[in-house]
Design a protein around this ligand. Sequence first.
Ligand code: PLP
Length: 496
Amino acid sequence: MNLYYKSTRNNDEIVSASEAILRGLAGNGGLYVPVEIPKLNCSLDRLAQMSYQEVSYEVMKLFLTDFTEEELKYCINGAYDEKFDTPNIVELVKKEDAYYLELFHGLTIAFKDMALSILPYLLTTSAKKNHVDNEIVILTATSGDTGKAALAGFADVPGTRIIVFYPKHGVSPIQEKQMITQQGLNTYVIGIEGNFDDAQSGVKKMFSDFTLEEEMREKGFQFSSANSINIGRLVPQVVYYVYSYVTLLRKGEILDGEKINVVVPTGNFGNILAAFYAKQMGVPIAKLICASNENKVLYDFFETGSYDKNREFILTSSPSMDILVSSNLERLIYQTAGRDANINNGFMKSLNEVGRYEITEDMRVQMKDFYGNYASEEETFAAIKEMYRKNGYVIDPHTAVASSVYRKYVEETGDNTKTVIVSTASPYKFTRSVMNAINSSYDIKTDFELIDELCHLSGVRMPQAIEDIRTAPVLHNTVCEPDDMCKEVKKILGII
Ligand SMILES: *Cc1c(COP(=O)(O)O)cnc(C)c1O
């Protein structure tokens, strides 16, 4: 049976999985959503005996129904191989009363690798299936981690080019160094004098610019997206929720059918939406705990039912969560509004015009399994310090936000359901914040001195990703104003 995808903004737009992946974004700024969430058709018990790659196939085949078995296995096996520094692809480690799901064992040491290692395969396979001859231009806005993971995934992939926009003053020094040293003749990296929301809205604008689309087509180009608005990012992310549940089952940590909670450090709402999809597929998940930093727009939303982006944008030590417009929330809004694009359009129009919207009581009821809270900068640093002091385990600031929110949740509710906390980045990616949290006297050292110190203190081997940038030359130094993003893209593509 084929599963189709519909746009959140147009009830008449229906496409196959490969078309949705290829296009990235639907017309009029809509997002593609599967018409229903498929149910797992393999028992949890059987899944518990499978490798990460095998579980991937069992999950992804249900979403990407127009891929053949051979195509999908080619994509999965190409993505999840020795690039990851553990044969399990992800690790689940127990610390105190929770399990930390480490999703940072890929090439760029953040969880974005989980989806962006496979997206180039899914995209080039989709292009072939749909007889697309145009060169595909991946246009991406990043709050820090997506950019590098997408660059690493698409570098020198034939038939593609990748252009990444990042907030020049809004990413960590390591994140920036990782991006601007990227090799590959088809890679372009541009800093903008603005924040992530500026980058994201600039990119979305280009996606819905018909004149630009026409000009591109004449030159043999078409856009696609590596952001989590692409369904090809979301589907691979469902896999690790299934995999972590069955891993707990295999290890005898839970009984078959026992519910678990998950805590997800959230920015664009992609990762936690994947957890929600896993729950609907039949994974016994009780609460979806949405952890925010001081940009706590989602906490306020789950508290009040009102989404309001009219507030100060705060730069925090967890930059990949510094977001006021969480794109993927639209998919949840659409679903809970009865999968009606017209109703969703009303909310999005309001968001666009006055920066806020309010959902109905009925929609709130459907979101009852979500719980939102947030951690201040102080609480985030305290969580890093505590975890190190008690367990000798070093966590990054994003994971620390989740860890801190989990504490608050347990205090508030007394719920002692077994819990998976999603660990989204290696502490090496945010060395300065992490080391300062542990001991403020580190402040005087250089970034690479701190990295050596972290290696010493954590006992965790330095990731190859860090070794790689130590001496790498800077290859990208373009900076532009948000209003000039389109001009830069045209320059790169030779459209003047
Ligand atoms: C992207 C990112 C997040 C936020 O994930 P979303 O899917 O955007 O909610 C959290 N932590 C890290 C380290 C990230 O790179």
